[in-house]
Design a protein around this ligand. Structure first.
Ligand code: ZN
Length: 452
């Protein structure tokens, strides 16, 4: 069993006492075995890492992403959500196993380089003949080495049914439910320490039928898996829900069984006070995606109000087509800056933002007993950030340096006890070769004539 000792670092545990100190963290196999102030005890045969000048945090949890979009970045750059979607759907109908595999490797490598150890994904475009797309991204996550919670997403409300997506990218409801259940049978690992858990993820009210939403919730609860969808991202969506269903997006979702601690919504921007109270009381989670929301001009979620009400609020980069950076540590900074721009200087503090990136994200995925903080017995998922270079040297509070400064280089990223990043380089893939493949794949997808 490998033992890794990180010594002499600033450590922010996010444990129940929120301890912070200059000290050590020790990982043995896939578990943390010691965390505390001062020098580490001696471990025979351990690899010792000099943590001076570094900050150790729990590994970050990304709660919303569409990995496949890494190869469709930079399109419809000045559009609204609905305009952006209608431009992108015809490109997305051309994705296949190979393009999704390339995109997922690149997006996951970028997440690793920005502190992410557990990634949720939401894949909802399954063009006919596209192959095993969920399998392609699961393979990519295993190659890069991240803990992975992919949602088997879906769309069944095409334009002929009053939905937004073209009929060529929607699936039949029974096919969707069967494929989702098959994904759970094939891949879902409920065991402690799991590297892979499946999520049920119909895409959004405007691309999915009410029957699918309801039946997907029943399926998720029968199989004991979590549920995820987009909700309340834009005012256009709110208007569409009121016109189509005569109620708000949250009222609609709640009627279909979509509230509870096993549910989390991407974005959750346009909620009123009573809706925030309802989300808190039911323990429903929110994936806050500040960069994507700003890129599409959708608004800013009331993250602090949601947390105060009792909702776990995690951070998400969202798909790279609406956030070309795909950097999880940058979401920390944007969550802080945008919350303060919206609600004043007290709206969100740096440690709350770090909790959103770590423990809240773990709660959203139902993994708070295993990840999200640095405590003996938890899984060895952690990030070691370099704060002694020109960018951060001299900033006295390391958490402020991480949250307010430029994204720091990573000295080390451990996932399940394995080094995935060292010296700011991903160990598990060839970044340069992958970049070439990404460019080729994007060119292929965006220049090939549409079949429709
Ligand atoms: Zn999204």
């Amino acid at each position: 069993m490998t033992t890794i000792v990180i010594d002499g670092a600033a450590v922010v545990t996010v444990d129940p006492e929120r301890r912070e100190f200059i000290g050590h963290v020790v990982a043995q196999g896939n578990r943390i075995v010691a965390v505390g102030p001062g020098p580490a005890p001696a471990y025979d045969g351990a690899r010792v890492i000099d943590g001076r000048g570094c900050l150790v945090t729990p590994g970050f949890v990304n709660t919303h992403q569409h990995l496949y979009q890494w190869v469709t970045r930079g399109l419809a750059v000045d559009a609204t959500l609905f305009g952006w979607l209608t431009t992108l759907y015809p490109v997305w109908e051309r994705i296949d196993e190979e393009s999704v595999h390339v995109a997922a490797q690149a997006a996951l490598a970028r997440l690793a380089l920005t502190g992410c150890t557990t990634a949720a994904d939401h894949h909802y475009v399954f063009p006919r003949g596209g192959g095993d797309l969920l399998g392609a991204e699961i393979r990519a996550a295993a190659q890069v080495g991240l803990r992975f919670h992919p949602a088997r997403g879906s769309m069944d409300r095409g334009q002929k049914d009053g939905g937004l997506p073209p009929d060529s990218v929607v699936e039949d409801r029974d096919e969707i439910l069967a494929a989702t259940e098959a994904a759970i049978d094939r891949w879902h690992d409920p065991a402690p320490g799991s590297m892979l858990r499946i999520v049920v993820g119909p895409c959004s009210p405007f691309s999915v039928s009410g029957d699918l939403m309801r039946e997907a919730a029943e399926l998720a609860r029968r199989r004991g898996v979590h549920m995820h969808t987009h909700l309340a991202e834009t005012t256009d969506e709110g208007d569409w829900c009121r016109e189509t269903f005569g109620c708000t997006p949250l009222e609609y979702a709640a009627q279909l069984g979509w509230t509870g601690s096993d549910v989390w919504f991407a974005h959750g921007i346009h909620f009123d006070d009573s809706e925030i109270k309802q989300l808190g009381q039911t323990g429903t989670g929110i994936a806050h995606c500040p960069s994507s929301n700003a890129r599409l001009g959708a608004g800013i979620a009331r993250a602090a109000d949601l947390r105060a009400a009792g909702s776990p609020v995690g951070l998400g980069v969202d798909g790279a087509a609406s956030n070309e950076a795909g950097s999880l540590v940058e979401e920390l900074r944007h969550a802080l800056l945008f919350a303060r721009a919206r609600g004043g200087p007290q709206a969100l503090d740096v440690r709350a933002a770090l909790e959103m990136a770590t423990l809240d994200g773990a709660r959203i995925l139902g993994r708070e007993a295993e990840i999200g903080s640095l405590e003996p017995g938890k899984l060895a998922d952690l990030a070691v950030w370099r704060l002694d270079t020109l960018e951060h040297a001299g900033i006295p509070d390391p958490v402020a340096a991480l949250a307010l400064g430029t994204p720091p280089p990573l000295a080390l990223l451990l996932v399940n006890g394995h080094p995935v990043v060292e010296h700011n380089t991903v160990l598990t893939i060839d970044e340069e070769a992958l970049a070439t493949q990404v460019a080729k794949t994007q060119h292929h997808l965006t220049t090939k004539p549409s079949s429709t």
